[in-house]
Design a protein around this ligand. Sequence first.
Ligand SMILES: *Cc1c(COP(=O)(O)O)cnc(C)c1O
Length: 365
Amino acid sequence: MAFERWIRPHIAALEPYQPGKPIEALERELGIRNSIKLASNENPLGPSPKAIEAMRGETRNVHRYPDGSSYALRAALSSRLSVKPEQLVFGTGSDEILELLAKVLLSEGDEVVFAWPSFAMYPIVVQGSGATGVRVPLDAAFTHDLEAMAAAVTPRTRLVLVCNPNNPTGTSVGAEAFDRFVAGLREDVVLAVDEAYFEYTRRPDFPDSLGWIARRPGTLAMRTFSKIYGLAGQRIGYAIADPVLASFLERARHPFNVNRLAEVGALAALDDAPHVEASRRVNAEGIDYLTGELTALGIPVCPTDANFLMAELGPGVYEALLREGVIVRPLSGFGLDDQVRITIGLPEENERLIAALRRLREGSP
Ligand SMILES: *Cc1c(COP(=O)(O)O)cnc(C)c1O
């Protein structure tokens, strides 16, 4: 009890992030093999072969500090997105972008408005900075209730987070609702749109966050190489912001936050359009297959715009699937005891999940 009393109270009160169960941990605990993990929204195709090649070549240079400006990646991405190079901020995953936002913006007593259930890192980062998270429940269709979020903004609000598509529900908001919401937002409130999954969206009216960044200072989009680019283990993400907001995040970041392998891997992955296209196709086909099969089993599925879907499997099915060697993500931490989040896998992985569910059905009275 010597030092514990000095731990800052808002840190002591944090609930640690619960990651998806690693395959190795499951197999060790149950003494089984050939398990599959459909729990962390990773790309089932793996990284781009071009990215692997580039990272392999770069290993000989790892005795040198990385390029702290990520010059090559910055140039490629800014031209791809038609934004100025100084509008980009790279981070150790887009998780770090959230941390940087908190660091530059939030003090004790400040409020941050976000939907709930949404990305589990939001309350951790917000409470970790001493600010207060204001959780606005999703609507009955598990979609962001943007009108309620607008109503939750107070004079203390410094930041609003919109996760689009939303993790863990897969739902997205369209341009009409989004534009109305942003147009009504007080101009000193920073808006961060978390677009970790936007590359997967199939809706034609997906909001144009870059257009808002150009028109509304204090707007930022967070994106990542962890999902469709298949580089979750390399930890690289980025923000697109107006140059002034970007300059503050740049001041707050560690100079060498993005490592050498991550930068060259991301650059090569960005260039591998066929791999991105294949990832999108495998995902779309997997969504259609799983939605069809789950629905046929009488399991309600939430329509998804991402690389995972939320399904109402019922109580206890998460644990039963573990014993079948299939790891999905329980959502009981959100109070959604009957729901799980299933990452879309390869066709044979999706089939294994369905076969396991059928077996469990038959085995139960
Ligand atoms: C996966 C994910 C991210 C990205 O995390 P990284 O730190 O870039 O790996 C960000 N936001 C949401 C909602 C996510 O699901």
